[in-house]
Design a protein around this ligand. Sequence first.
Ligand code: GAR
Length: 216
Amino acid sequence: MPEDKRLQIVTLISGGGSNLQALIDAQRQGLPIRIAAVISNRADALGLERARRHGIPAEILSHGDYPDRNAYDADLKCLIDRYDPGLVILAGFMRILTPEFVTHYHGRMLNIHPSLLPKFRGLHTHQRALDTGETRHGASVHFVTAELDGGPVVLQAEVPVLPQDDNARLAARVLEQEHRIYPTVVGWFAEGRLRLGEDGRPWLDGEPIEKPFFIK
Ligand code: GAR
């Protein structure tokens, strides 16, 4: 059998897994990735079912079984590394990560965040965008660093905030864009076009990304 040259990926989730589904679809359409495993910190995450349906190992590592964050992240690291991934993808993984964990995956861990970073780090991004009267909102894909939602951004997508929007409507509009930008960035990484430079900036096709790329 020919050697599988695709990028091995482990995806971490906590919930619905629609971003995971976008990556599964992209893999099926020929993106050079292989999702080797999906790991959830919640046993009831719907995304686990999506993984199983596509024959991807679906692992549960419940944070409630651990005394503290360090102990959990240490076991999570062991579980991930059993699959020897070239890239770890946070796809709605709703946990703060320890610095040791983040350092271990430096340059090979991506996150998607539902705001136009650096605006609205943390939780409840859509409601906060509505509450502050933003006219534009969106999502960002970034390399993960020790600073929460603070790592260098690679690609963003923007949506308008409409007068009749509520939290659910705005979230759905942003999510649709997430499903475009996450497979795009993962594809760049898998093709060897994207890396995190020693200068802390993302580099694409041999050039530093000074300002995040942006699609409307
Ligand atoms: C997505 O909107 C993602 O950006 C967000 O959780 C949702 C997961 O949806 N992530 C964060 O807020 C991380 N700070 P999904 O489970 O359907 O992919």
